[in-house]
Structures are given as C-alpha cells and as structure tokens.
Design a protein around this ligand. Sequence first.
Ligand SMILES: Cc1cc2nc3c(=O)[nH]c(=O)nc-3n(C[C@H](O)[C@H](O)[C@H](O)COP(=O)(O)O)c2cc1C
Length: 215
Amino acid sequence: MKPIVNKVDVPAEHYDRLFIPVACAVSITTVDSAGRINGASFATCVRVHHEPTCIAFCVDSHKDTYKNVLATNQFVVNIPSFDREILEKVRTLGLPFPPGVNELEKAGLTALPSKVVKPPRIAEYKSHFECQVEWTKEWFGTRLMVVGRVVAASVDEDCIDANGWAILEKLRPAHYCGQAYSGDNKYRFVASYEMMEIDTVFDGPEATAKDTRKA
Ligand SMILES: Cc1cc2nc3c(=O)[nH]c(=O)nc-3n(C[C@H](O)[C@H](O)[C@H](O)COP(=O)(O)O)c2cc1C
C-alpha cells in the first residue's frame, strides 16, 4: 500500500465542493452497538442536499450496515480512488462476512478515528464524510434508504485546493457499473474525474433569472 497522506479537515461550507461528482462508488463504515467496526461497499451513494450537505445510500435489510445504522444513527462515507489496488479492497468490503467481523482488517485497510462520529474513516481512501442519520425509509420490504447529514469531512491534503474544491485528478473518484453484485465475479468501475465546464448557452430570461418558485 502507498504511504498514508495527511488528512485536512474541511469546513462545512465546502462539504459539497468535496463530494464530487454527486454520486460515487464508496465504502461505508459503521459500528454496532458494542462498538465493533464494520465496512461495506455501496454503489448507491448520492449527495442529495447542498446546505446542510446530506448524503443518501440504499442498503438491504439483512446486512450489517443496515442494523448498525439503525442502532447507532451514524456512518462514514469513504471515497476510494480509481486504482486497481484500492478497488480490489472495495470489492473485498462487499463480501458477505458474518456480523462482528472487521472487514477493514480482512481487506488490509487502516481504521483512522473519525473527528465527530464513532465509526472510523478508512485511511487509504481519499475523502471522508462523517454522517449523522437525518432520516431512513424502508421500501420494497427489504431495502432501507438512508439520508445522513454531514457533520465533518476530511480529505488527503494533496486532493483539495485553497478554495475547498476537490482536485479531481488527484481524488480520482469512480462510479460502479450497474449490474447486481453477485454476477460473473467481475466488478466494473468507471473513472469519473474528467471535468468539463459548461456555460449556459440558452438565450432566454431563464438563463440569468433567479429561480423564485417556491415549494
Ligand atoms: C462496488 C460495490 C457496490 C455495492 N453497492 C451496494 C449497494 O448500493 N447496496 C447494497 O445493499 N449493497 C451493495 N453492495 C454489496 C455490499 O457491499 C455487501 O452486501 C456487503 O457484504 C454488505 O456488508 P455488511 O453486511 O457488512 O453491511 C455493493 C458491493 C460492491 C462491491
């Protein structure tokens, strides 16, 4: 493994500059009510609100992450980089280890204490969003939608600029490519860090108007 880089804390007004793109493949750390560490990977992770910054993900009801989130109301979203060695570990965290097993140890990853919440950060991952559960919703009988409010964020010091913007070429986040998780044992990821800035070319009053519509 590469040496672990210093983490810098990110102020709340820059949380959503760091969680880019707005959806990523991630690994989520939780603890159970006895404080035992759990790590699991998730493709269904999206930033769903700017201020306060909130992150959502979906988990099946038989999984340890489900039980831990409901028991403790806390989780940490850790964003891996598009590196084979790291994505292999993302895959390991997706294997069905029994409850109470520390998947970070199984994957050879390092638990780094969080700043605010009990679940640790994953030191080898690049950025971290410590979350307090805002709400959850059961659906389809077996699925839980979890929305967490970011209460602390941190990032490798070489992955952020002075204005709080993530440096994408360094952060190198990834998306997970679609299929359910037990298919042909090939897990496919796509790099998601080639950025293009787009101007508003539409030439009408809406292009510059403030959106005054109210809910
Ligand atoms: C790349 C990747 C993405 C995954 N995405 C999800 C997901 O969005 N929701 C889910 O319930 N499981 C997902 N999984 C499967 C879980 O990581 C897996 O079931 C894991 O064993 C759950 O661990 P736990 O029981 O410790 O919570 C994914 C696995 C991988 C490798």
